[in-house]
Design a protein around this ligand. Sequence first.
Ligand code: BGP
Length: 471
Amino acid sequence: MELRKDFLWGGATAANQYEGGYLEGGKGLSIADVERGARHGVQRQIDPEILEGALYPSHEATDFYHHYKEDIALFAEMGFKCFRMSIAWTRIYPRGDEEEPNEEGLKFYDQVFDELLKYNIEPVITLSHYETPLTLVKEYGSWRNRKLIDFFERYAITCFTRYKGKVKYWMTFNEINATMKSPRPWHQAGIVFEKNENRWQTVVDASHNMFVASAKAVIAGHKIDPTNKIGCMLLTYPTYAATCAPEDQVEAREAESSVWYYGDAHVRGYYTNLCQAKWEKFGVKPTILDGDLDIMKEGKVDYIGFSYYFSAIAGVGDIQEVEGNVIKGGVNPYLKQTDWGWTIDPTGLRNVLNDLYDRYQVPLMIVENGMGAYDTVEADGSIHDDYRIGYLKLHIAEMMKAVEIDHVDLLGYTPWGCIDLVSAGTGEMRKRYGFIYVDKHDDGTGSLARSKKDSFYWYQKVIQSNGKELD
Ligand code: BGP
């Protein structure tokens, strides 16, 4: 099988890490706006309010808000067929609970989408990418509270209606399964567990509320425009057994189960035996109201968007663990790691493509993949990022095998942070993913000037040849 002729080559970003303009155009505060940065290897600190004098990397980020024309022209020059970005919920509903949307916020995205369409670049939109309105967290307890279902549905309907004819590809919640996998699901669900809170009760309830919200959005999105393709977004981390001892395989399967719990709920539209087994293991049950299960059944997603950065290992013995930005995983002695300790495993991408497609039989889209790395700007301004090219080349080659040899139905590939942006995990700027360099630094300084790295020209060739020329 060949890669589709209309394969969606592109790049991925998120408003909270890229857009900046955090108070402009009537925008309200989101959970990202109270996260401080940036310290190497240290998780970002969350404050209840914005503290005087502290550094908040997302406030300006790399300023897509004022540079979108320039940036989109560069994406077009690379040959992008699509561009994944998120809408900041707080630009549309600054508090999250208003009856009426903020017209200025809606207008901003109209301009962005028009600019993309001018170059025939298809927008791929995440509705909620680590950007829950802060008011919903402080006044409602975030996704613990069912009221958020209605707020999210209203927001989604506003976007589907306003951008009808401009946007066709949507995703509901970014890396939603990390709500279960992460010890602090702040990014995914706006939740930091309270001292005596039953963590698992909160996890299954918040997740249930998000499943119903996602399904309601899917139902509404299809009604508003039947050509809409609405997906979920899963964080994947294929996990190998530490040895060939069968007990290690049991551990590996268990470690991966968050992917299937959230995949089953979104794609199959019901809680499977795996989900029920999880509830028993945690000793809890989600609070399910009348009608919820019907909504989940009706609001099944059209495709699966997923991120893939690394694989992990699991087993019954002692295993050395390494932290990703939202989850931990066992270190694989056969594989190298990035400077941030993330395991590099191109074959894992082929495996995960097969695992997802075997189980669900719906189209897939790789909406995040990449390697955070230090870049050096040479005296003449050039940036020789052969390490980035090396990483992406191997991953694309495995992706092609999954399509050509294994017949996986793949819609597109959008490497993460196609232009430099703020790291979600640490808030750093020096952890760069981009084909396009942005002059912005960890201390908040920098001219925000854009320049092309070597990988820019390499990716341009990859797109032009529809993945045939990787060298
Ligand atoms: C994913 C998030 C992205 C992105 C990426 C890279 O988990 O969906 O928002 O940031 O990871 O992670 P980091 O920025 O921590 O390097």
